[in-house]
Design a binder for this molecule. Structure first.
Ligand SMILES: [Zn+2]
Length: 498
């Protein structure tokens, strides 16, 4: 169960720009649609499955397989064909998040042709351990590490991308920190290694690997060692385990099952038991035997919704794969998590942002600095309508923490929307904070309507329209209504002292 070399292409390797001398030494590659493409003669990366070459224009990557097995060609044909279904009407949008094979390579040997990941993206693995972070910051500059909220942005994109695969009956089969290329400064992310996709119930897209040990579901680790039975296969459910581990690691910087519990004096056996048969969540509420020996950041810093999803993934989900949260559930929770973050007031803080957990402290858990600025912040509860506009209470859908210049978008104002392809991303309303330097108690919070066609202040008995360009002051008990009729979104405001 050793570490497998990364299979995907990797922008860590600096790419030498082509020149005339190099062009003379190019390798011609012929695709199944009869195109001839010039490629570098030397691979930029060697993996256990194949060699990776840049095309002459450096925009694409060609992978030539070391052992072109008979089934591989049919499998690649299917993956290339599936591209259209997965991308749907939003090819430009989804192309950003997948490095999807575009053509089969027939000569000089079996391979595939796929777009190169955008510049500036690096494997997520480089941003997680303190040692790697330190090395990267020393090599490239501290700005490369971005901020913690960038990690939330990256995980939103990962969950959305994995959800897209799962909705199309596909599983990635090797979600890992090496196969997700990211930029935490911008929140950008791309999933690579899409030539190993597995189709549930298919006899063409069969698994080529079981995954990377840290991200393998316990049933795969257990099944891998069992003798005399069919080896287990990666599925959408095993992807869901890998996704939960990646989210936990990216937001809390440690592995959810790697604790202090001792399973076996044999290191390999200890590892297999820790990730397989003996898998135990380090935050298990009653069994503390796997708690790390040193202080660690707990899921509670992310609020109850995330904490509950992790508990499902790593307590019930380790034995019952069907209990693991869906990629769509993670996406929804992460989008709402993003709206509950505050900037850290300590300029030296490495995280630069943290979640304001309702009723909790406004002290940054990463550097222990108190939030500074407003005396109070507005907390907006976005409610689901229940058909009774004059009702006094509505079920809460999600909460948003107000902060100067934070904006509202379609996925706040309209029901059942999340950011994604075809959803307008322009800001529809913005928070404004006007401090009064003479008396902090007189600071004023308001929400400016930038583009909501129908917005009203429904605090009093008669709703007062708030036209585009106008603002409504936010006070304890302010009630806003976006839209009308059955689809109206009711928002309750309360002010939280900080
Ligand atoms: Zn901080």
């Amino acid at each position: 169960m050793g570490n497998r070399p990364p299979r995907g292409h990797d922008p860590r390797t600096p790419a030498a720009p082509g020149n005339t001398t190099a062009t003379a030494q190019m390798m011609p590659v012929v695709t199944s649609d009869r195109r001839t493409i010039a490629c570098a003669t030397e691979p930029f990366s060697y993996g256990s499955e194949g060699r990776l070459y840049f095309t002459a224009d450096h925009q694409y990557v060609v992978k030539l397989y070391n052992r072109p097995e008979a089934w591989r060609e049919a499998s690649l044909h299917t993956i290339i064909r599936k591209r259209a279904a997965v991308m749907g009407h939003h090819v430009e949008y989804w192309s950003r998040y997948f490095c999807w094979p575009e053509a089969l390579v027939m000569r000089p040997s079996l391979g595939m042709y796929m777009p190169r990941a955008r510049p500036g993206l690096r494997p997520l693995a480089q941003f997680l351990s303190p040692r790697f972070r330190k090395r990267l910051a020393a090599e490239v500059g501290p700005g490369v590490l971005g901020s913690w909220i960038g990690h939330v942005g990256i995980m939103i994109k990962l969950a959305r991308t994995v959800n897209r695969l799962h909705n199309n009956g596909l599983c990635h089969s090797d979600l890992s920190t090496n196969n997700l290329l990211v930029n935490p400064a911008t929140g950008d992310a791309t999933l690579i290694d899409c030539d190993g996709l597995v189709e549930t119930g298919s006899n063409i897209l069969l698994p080529t690997v079981l995954g990377t040990p840290d991200y393998m579901a316990p049933e795969l680790v257990i099944g891998m060692m069992a003798r005399g039975v069919e080896p287990p296969q990666p599925t959408v459910a095993t992807d869901r385990h890998a996704l939960a581990v990646l989210i936990y690691q990216s937001l809390l910087f440690h592995h959810p099952l790697r604790g202090s519990k001792f399973h076996s004096p044999d290191p390999d056996e200890d590892e297999r038991l820790m990730l397989g048969k003996g898998a135990l969540y380090i935050e298990h509420p009653t069994d503390h035997s796997n708690r790390p020996k040193t202080p660690f950041m707990r899921a509670s810093i992310l609020g109850k919704q995330m904490q509950d999803l992790f508990a499902r993934a790593f307590i019930e989900g380790v034995r019952h794969p069907e209990q693991r949260p869906l990629a769509a559930e993670w996406e929804g929770a992460l989008v709402r998590l993003y709206d509950q973050t505050l900037p850290c007031s300590n300029p030296a803080c490495e995280a630069k942002s943290f979640v304001y957990v309702e009723g909790g402290s406004t002290r940054c858990p990463w550097c222990h600095t108190e939030a500074k600025g407003p005396r109070q912040i507005p907390i907006l509860s976005f409610c689901k309508p229940d058909g009774r506009i004059n009702s006094t209470t509505y079920p809460v859908d999600f909460r948003l923490v107000g902060w100067p210049k934070r904006t509202l978008h379609t996925w706040h104002v309209e029901l059942g929307k999340l950011p994604g392809p075809g959803v307008e991303a322009a800001p529809l309303a913005a928070f404004q904070w006007e401090p009064d330097p003479r008396a902090r108690a007189r600071e004023v919070w308001s929400l400016v309507n930038l583009a909501i066609p129908q917005m009203a202040d429904a605090t009093g008995a008669t709703p007062v329209p708030v036209p585009v360009g106008r603002a409504v002051e936010l006070r304890p008990g302010t009630r806003l209504v976006f839209g009308g009729g059955d689809r109206a979104r009711v928002v309750e405001v309360h002010m939280q002292g900080i």
